[in-house]
Write a protein that binds this ligand. Structure first.
Ligand SMILES: Cc1cc2nc3c(=O)[nH]c(=O)nc-3n(C[C@H](O)[C@H](O)[C@H](O)COP(=O)(O)O)c2cc1C
Length: 222
């Protein structure tokens, strides 16, 4: 964490596109290194180093990001960590053609899934039996809640993994029904996104960074 001696308008990222959009960085409680690691220098990496990703790190990141907010404290995100060659082959075959080599070569593959029966854990998450019964009776709303909040948690997870020095390539191009039938046949988990995770190589391999929309477009005051 930084103290009071901030330097406005500076960051450690050399990308001119990012530099041009920088505003007063003295507003942030995270220091420049943290801002770079989480957002400014972090890329959707395709090239990873050979260093394996420890499952202990993944568990520690989970234990941190689980505190991010979800509706009714539902916490529906689940992770299928693909640590065997056989598991990787099963995931790879359901990836879109353009994503198969990426899935094959990433140090760790995480299938981020939602649990459509998240309400079974209401005793742990402080939900009432009444709410659980309502959710049980309304699968459509329950699955929508699971999807929305799992996606929210995936955002926290990506930032958390970056905070642990890891790089992430999210991959949405895969056959969800086929992957679910393969991995989650006997389960209430349903895949949302594949995350390719590893320690970044010197060249991230993600090409030039694309721009982002401006605050003028993104933020309106009402
Ligand atoms: C929901 C989602 C789905 C994505 N799907 C794919 C994909 O199927 N294949 C791929 O190579 N990259 C995929 N990406 C990566 C995006 O293209 C990338 O995050 C975006 O261009 C920003 O890149 P940057 O973080 O390097 O700036 C996906 C990202 C997200 C968040």
């Amino acid at each position: 964490m930084s103290g009071t001696a901030h330097t406005p308008h500076t960051n450690r990222t050399k990308d001119p596109k990012i530099h041009a959009t920088m505003v007063d960085m003295s507003r942030f409680t995270l220091d420049a290194a943290a801002r770079d690691a989480l957002f400014l220098a972090a890329r959707s990496t395709l090239n990873f180093s050979d260093e394996p990703v420890s499952m202990d790190t993944v568990r520690d990141v989970w234990d941190l990001i689980k505190w991010g907010p979800t509706a009714f404290n539902t916490v529906p995100l689940r992770l299928a960590a693909i640590t065997s060659q056989e598991g990787r082959a099963r995931v790879t075959q359901h990836a879109a053609a353009g994503n198969q080599a990426k899935v094959e070569s990433a140090p760790l593959v995480l299938v981020a899934a939602r649990d459509d029966r998240f309400h079974d854990h209401h005793a742990l998450t402080g939900g009432s039996p009444d709410l659980a019964a309502k959710l049980e009776a309304n699968p459509e709303s329950r699955i929508r809640t699971a999807h929305t909040n799992a996606m929210l948690q995936i955002g926290y997870l990506i930032v958390g993994l970056r905070g642990a020095g890891l790089a992430v390539r999210p991959v949405g191009g895969f056959d969800r029904d086929a992957l679910d039938a393969d991995l989650f046949d006997d389960s209430t988990w349903r895949s949302e996104l594949i995350l390719l995770v590893g320690h970044p190589a010197d060249d991230h391999g993600a090409g030039d960074r694309k721009g982002r929309i401006t605050t003028d477009i993104a933020i309106k005051e009402f």
